[in-house]
Design a protein around this ligand. Structure first.
Ligand SMILES: Nc1ncnc2c1ncn2[C@@H]1O[C@H](COP(=O)(O)OP(=O)(O)O)[C@@H](O)[C@H]1O
Ligand SMILES: [Mg+2]
Length: 452
């Protein structure tokens, strides 16, 4: 449309100037003010259009959160405040949309009125010229017909420009996302990777190892103390290490560093002597399996959710094994067995059931390294005992780091690391730490009271 209309307008103008150049100039006169107006409004319009799009984003966030958190909202009687937030955001958005419409109306007003006015003027001037005998009536009719033929192309070009402006802001928003720097894939540390064979064979380098790791969240203020500092920890091959510490000491953060969900600020983490930044993310995440405190399930079947832990390689047998290890055999008794769809976010299952499926997902691929962030927190005492018994078998064949709170879980591990204020305060067996560390004894006794 832009092309066809532009060509039509240009040829029309040439024809009119050839027919009667004075009248042609009268018709062309509004072009300058129209362009000035368009230029003036363009920036303001793109600003408003962008604001409207951002506000639509905010509004949909509120809707999404309200729908997902509907139980909390009902449970705490927050529906009124949620509705108010929705109303306020809608009102703001409505205001912005109206401002947008007003701007558009002004542009249209100018674009539509000025050419009409010019045609009127040309008609009057032309008639005078015909009366004076300086112009033939036929030429005037031909001239005006040409002018009228140009009306729709001129009108529509304004509309097209407004639309392309909107498209431009939407495109800008799209490319903001697409141009986000992708996570580096460790190809820059080829040198480190090249030294692997030697490092791998040397003693004490195997297993999962933290070397002077320091971490602060990228969005933290620069003067805030790091969440984790001077972490030196060695989980030997085949060993399982429990991570114990009060809430907020950085346990979850530490576990997230292993599959590179966050990048260490300084220091390094090695798996069997290989720096994790030196291996492709896909390989790393195949080596390391994770299960987090908050078990996340997707709207798919139970089987698909579990097999997500070993894409492509695992089949029926592995699925059954993983379900039995995680004591998630309840899956077989669901209406369609492991083919049963779990509701959105797994909401049709109980917390304990979800946690056991997440655990099954972590073990299904028989990972070399297993990182579990308090995977037993939502289990009742009997199920927990059963899962622990099963976990004992899994832990025997992998190298594992498990965040634990209860003594019974801690006892599954060969050694325990006590983390305190973002530092490793002590490493030893459960009994050693009970004797030597008051903080550890305190943490464990508290857990004993409310856990058992
Ligand atoms: N995404 C985040 N951004 C900034 N700070 C965070 C983030 N997640 C956790 N923290 C902070 O890091 C500290 C450690 O948190 P976390 O690792 O979850 O502790 P734990 O699992 O031991 O309870 C806390 O002080 C917490 O406020
Ligand atoms: Mg945590």
């Amino acid at each position: 449309f832009l092309l066809v209309n532009a060509v039509t307008i240009l040829s029309g103008i040439a024809i009119m100037l050839a027919q009667q150049w004075t009248l042609g100039l009268v018709l062309l006169a509004p072009a300058v003010p129209v362009m000035v107006v368009c230029w003036l409004f363009e920036r303001r319009y793109s600003e408003v259009a962008r604001r409207a799009q951002d506000q639509v984003g905010d509004l949909t966030t509120v809707v999404e959160e309200s729908v997902l958190g509907i139980r909390i909202i009902k449970g705490f009687g927050r529906h009124r405040s949620q509705a108010r937030a929705f109303r306020e955001l809608s009102r703001t958005l409505r205001g912005t949309e109206l401002a947008k419409a007003r701007l558009l109306a002004s542009i249209w007003g100018v674009i539509v009125t000025l050419p009409e006015f010019a045609i009127g003027t040309a008609l009057v001037l032309g008639t005078i010229q015909v009366a004076d005998g300086r112009l033939s009536a036929g030429t005037l009719v031909a001239f005006l017909s040409t002018a009228l033929a140009l009306r729709w192309p001129v009108d529509s070009i304004g509309f097209l420009l407004a639309m392309s402006q909107e498209a431009a802001t939407a495109t800008e928003r799209y490319f903001e996302v697409m141009h986000a720097t992708p996570e580096s894939d460790g190809t820059t540390t080829v040198a480190a990777a090249a030294t692997v064979p030697a490092a791998r064979e040397s003693d004490g380098e195997g297993g999962l190892r933290f070397h002077g790791v320091e971490f602060r969240y990228p969005d933290a203020p620069a003067d805030a103390p790091p969440v984790l500092a001077r972490i030196d920890l060695h989980v030997r091959p085949g060993e399982s290490m429990a991570l114990v510490g009060a809430t907020g000491t950085g346990k979850t953060t530490l576990t997230a560093l292993v599959p590179r969900l966050h990048e260490v600020t300084s220091g390094r983490i090695t798996l069997d002597g290989r720096d994790i930044t030196g291996m492709p993310r896909e390989e790393l995440r195949e080596l390391v399996a994770v299960a987090f405190e908050e078990p996340t399930l997707f709207s798919a079947t139970v089987g698909e959710n579990v097999l997500m832990g070993a894409p492509g390689t695992a089949g029926r047998a592995e699925l059954d094994r993983a379900l039995s290890v995680a004591q998630a055999d309840f899956a077989h008794t669901l209406p369609q067995g492991t083919g049963t769809q779990v509701g959105e976010q797994g909401l049709s299952l109980s917390g304990g059931q979800r946690q056991r499926l997440a655990l099954a997902r972590a073990v299904v691929g028989r990972p070399r390294f297993l990182v579990l962030d308090d995977p037993l927190s939502a289990l009742d005492v009997h199920t927990e005992a059963a899962v622990e018994a099963a976990l004992r078998r899994v832990l025997a064949e992998t190298t594992a780091l498990i965040v634990a709170h209860r003594p019974s879980t801690v006892l599954l591990a060969d050694r325990v690391a006590l983390i305190s204020d973002g530092r490793i305060a002590a490493v030893g067996t459960h009994h050693e730490l009970l004797r030597t560390h008051a903080e550890y004894a305190h943490l464990m006794s508290g857990a004993e009271e409310d856990g058992r």
